[in-house]
Write a protein that binds this ligand. Structure first.
Ligand SMILES: Cc1ncc(COP(=O)(O)O)c(C=O)c1O
Length: 361
């Protein structure tokens, strides 16, 4: 079965299998299993009549919320209909001619670059280095490149760029006048997320653009809310002038103000991820037919290493479990997969299903 290029398309899969989407245990989308924060559920019901008015076109309260969350000036923030809108709008404002991205990485960078008629070059991460960004990447940065996009942690590999390497990349990009976009959509799932974010560098590096999303950690993929952070006011102005009005609906704007203040949800989520990341990682490591890459965020990248040539995705779909096949990423093949980290019950079901698949073969 050929399944769409993003995870989470349970509708298409359910239709093909002739079942309801709710019958599928979805490990393909990397979303916090604690679900929508209760604080936002309550606010949504109390504020349902907001729908009768247009949202504030400047989203001042939302931007103030993000500014407090990151302790940065509101003037450094641009908000959008998911991180995806921000990726497209930054690229459209900067008009790069030659961009360098990682392979594998999140697919929307290439689409956004191609839409801007930019030539896309990929740096093929090395399997023998577990797909980490290595010295060779620095060497690939030269005068011919005017934009670099990094995903940190990278999707689908879950690998973080080493902090010393990141400093070297920042310096080299500034020296060569390369615009550097760092997508931190999964930052909140990391240990010590603030320390590992590059937000604190925006004033020193005016060529730096950080992408953030509320989709993943706050379990709001259907709402669509993300934002960009930069110290480059000229480019932020350009983004603002190119934007369509009201791309963020009133509820998404409200969510942004509320969820980042929900400390109980944030603490519970951190406890969940610390516990379940270790549990699922160890459980997967015990299955000798797969190689498991050490996870940093809320998903685990793995490879089937036996020579049975099975489609793990198809085998698990027989058990109504959907995982993300990574065969359609550049520099990967059909032996690679990504699974989300879910709650204990779901994680146990996945491990049990995998044991059955590999014992049967
Ligand atoms: C690395 C990365 N960035 C951005 C996005 C898009 O996020 P949003 O839902 O906020 O548009 C995704 C979604 O999968 C992603 O994996």
């Amino acid at each position: 079965m050929k399944i769409a290029k993003h995870g989470g398309n349970i509708y298409e899969v359910a239709q093909k299998l002739g079942i309801q989407p709710t019958e599928i245990l979805d490990f393909s989308a990397n979303i916090n299993p604690l679900g929508v924060p209760a604080s936002f559920r309550k606010a949504l019901i109390e504020n349902i009549s907001m729908i009768e008015n247009y949202p504030d076109p400047n989203y001042e309260q939302l931007i103030d919320g993000m500014s407090k969350y990151h302790q940065i000036s509101p003037s450094c923030i641009t908000v959008g209909n998911g991180a995806t809108e921000i990726i497209f709008s930054i690229i459209s404002a900067l008009k790069p001619k030659n961009a360098l991205i990682l392979a594998p990485t999140f697919a929307e960078y290439e689409r956004a670059l191609m839409k801007a008629n930019c030539e896309v070059h990929s740096y093929r991460l090395k399997e023998e280095l577990d797909f980490t960004v290595d010295e060779g990447f620095l060497k690939a940065l030269d005068d011919s490149i005017d934009m670099v996009i990094l995903c940190n942690p990278n999707n689908p590999t879950g690998q973080m760029i080493d902090s010393e390497m990141m400093e070297l990349i920042l310096d080299k990009c500034r020296e060569l006048r390369i615009n550097l976009i760092i997508d931190e959509a999964f930052n909140e799932f990391l240990d010590c997320p603030e320390e590992r974010s590059m937000i604190s560098h925006i004033e020193s590096y005016k060529n730096l653009y950080i992408i953030r999303s509320l989709t993943k950690f706050f379990a709001l993929p259907g709402l669509r809310i993300g934002y960009g952070i930069s110290g480059n006011q000229d480019v932020l102005q350009k983004i603002a002038s190119g934007k369509e009005p009201w791309t963020i609906n009133s509820f998404a704007a409200l969510a942004g103000e509320i969820v980042v203040e929900d400390h109980e949800y944030i603490d519970n989520s951190k406890n969940w991820i610390n516990r379940e990341r270790e549990f699922l990682f160890k459980g997967l490591q015990n299955i000798s037919q797969i190689k498991v890459y050490k996870p940093e965020a809320n998903y685990i990248f793995l490879r089937v290493v036996d020579d049975s040539h099975i489609s793990l995705q198809d085998k698990l779909l027989e058990k109504r479990i959907l995982i993300r096949s990574c065969g359609n990423y550049e520099n990967l093949d059909g032996t690679y997969y990504r699974v989300a980290i879910k709650d204990r019950d779901a994680n146990e079901k996945l491990l049990q299903a995998l044991r059955e698949v590999f014992y049967e073969n």
